[in-house]
Design a protein. Structure first.
Length: 102
C-alpha cells in the first residue's frame, strides 16, 4: 500500500528543519553581534554599563551596574512582562468569543 506524500515535502525534503536551524543560527549571530558591538563601544569609550533581566514565569528580576542601566533593564522587563501576559491570555480571550453570539 502506497503512503501519500505531501507535495511540499516531495518538492523540498527537510526544508522545514533547515529553516528552523537557519533561524536559530541567525538569532545566535545577531546576539553575538550585539555583544561584540557593546564590548567594542565600552573599550572605545573607556567605560561601560551592564544590566539585565531574567524573567521567571511572569516576574522580571532586574539588575544593573548603574542606575541608568538598571532603569533601562527595568523598562525592558516591564515590556517583556506585558508581552508575556498578552501571549498567555490572548488564546483564552479569543476562545471565549463564540461566533454568532455577542
Amino acid at each position: 500500500m502506497a503512503v501519500p506524500v505531501d507535495a511540499g515535502e516531495a518538492a523540498a525534503p527537510g526544508l522545514g528543519w533547515k529553516l528552523v536551524v537557519l533561524g536559530f543560527a541567525l538569532i545566535v549571530v545577531g546576539m553575538a553581534a550585539v555583544m561584540i558591538g557593546a564590548l567594542l563601544e565600552a573599550a572605545r569609550s573607556g567605560r561601560g554599563e551592564a544590566g539585565g533581566v531574567v524573567i521567571i514565569g511572569p516576574f522580571p528580576i532586574v539588575w544593573g551596574s548603574s542606575p541608568g542601566a538598571a532603569k533601562t533593564a527595568a523598562l525592558l522587563g516591564v515590556v517583556l512582562l506585558v508581552l508575556a501576559l498578552l501571549v498567555f491570555l490572548l488564546p483564552v480571550l479569543l476562545a471565549r468569543r463564540v461566533p454568532g453570539q455577542p
